[in-house]
Write a protein that binds this ligand. Structure first.
Ligand code: PMM
Length: 281
């Protein structure tokens, strides 16, 4: 299966987030039934998502893991329904068995936030399935994530970690043109770490692999957009801030943007496109 590429001049691929969970921090509980989730996935596709990223396990800091059966029961009906409707699906999972069942149900890509570290069978499975895989920077499961956010130099440490995951994926037989990397904003990272990573995206694109960024509605945006009393902006009111990050990431040459509100990022990318076209005239 070929990696979806941005069409020429249209900016990065937009990956719409579809969490089929009761407890994700930003949209948890909204799309908990398969029918609700599928209709939301279709809406994201209609707004310009080239991929819809279906996830059944919350990775919110502190979240406790769910079992395999629960994860399968949440995601497979949604992956099947959306794939049958012609929507390209990535499956957001750390489990090889979920990846396998999802690809059998029509998914075209694996998004493993652990970069193949959570399940030792994941990279071999991805190689066997022949689908592209997102390898994200990851230091441990959500339950303990907040204890793991210590860095000397977050940019070089994340880069070196991703370089190691690329090596592991290649060694497992995943072709180089099927690998996407992601610095994992908010995963074992404080706000300052996220801003450091975002302001040095060139360090990650220099790895030579397509780069995915998932800033959408994350806590560091809520903190940046806090009111005068210091109360963070609620998650669902962070989409304008997210769209601003999307434009800056597009200018830095990222491959993809993982966002909840596809419309605002799609609009922002159209504006950027016109701006850049006018500069060429
Ligand atoms: N973030 C979340 C979940 N999956 N996958 C990738 N590749 N990159 C991310 O940044 C990422 C992810 C957590 O956000 P959510 O709970 O809003 O989905």
């Amino acid at each position: 299966m070929e990696l979806i590429r941005p069409s020429s001049g249209s900016g990065p691929v937009i990956m719409g987030v579809l969490n089929v969970t009761p407890d994700s921090f930003s949209d948890g509980g909204q799309h908990h039934t398969s029918a609700d989730a599928s209709s939301h996935g279709l809406a994201l596709f209609g707004q310009g998502a080239a991929l819809v990223d279906v996830g059944g396990e919350s990775t919110r800091p502190g979240a406790v893991r769910i079992d395999l059966e629960t994860e399968l029961a949440r995601v497979i009906p949604v992956v099947s329904a959306l794939s049958a409707a012609g929507v390209a699906i990535s499956i957001d999972t750390m489990r090889a068995d979920v990846a396998k069942a999802s690809v059998a149900a029509g998914a075209r890509m694996i998004n493993d936030v652990s970069g193949g570290l959570a399940d030792p069978a994941m990279l071999d499975t991805a190689a066997e399935l022949g689908v592209p895989v997102v390898l994200m920077h990851w230091r441990g499961f959500s339950e303990h994530m907040n204890e793991l956010s210590h860095y000397e130099d977050v940019v070089s440490e994340v880069r070196d970690h991703l370089a190691g995951r690329i090596e592991a994926a290649l060694a497992a037989g995943i072709p180089a043109d099927s690998i996407v990397v992601d610095p994992g904003l908010g995963f074992a990272k404080e706000a300052d770490h996220n801003w450091q990573v975002l302001s040095h995206l060139g360090t990650f694109t220099a790895l030579g692999y397509p780069l995915l960024v998932g800033a959408s509605r994350k806590r560091f945006l809520g903190a940046a957009l806090a009111d005068t009393a210091g109360t963070p902006r609620p998650a669902t009111e962070r989409d304008a801030g997210t769209a601003a990050v999307s434009v800056l990431c597009a200018q830095a040459g990222v491959w993809g943007l993982r966002v909840h509100d596809v419309q605002s990022t799609a609009d922002a990318l159209v504006v950027l496109h016109h701006w850049q076209e006018a500069q060429r005239d």
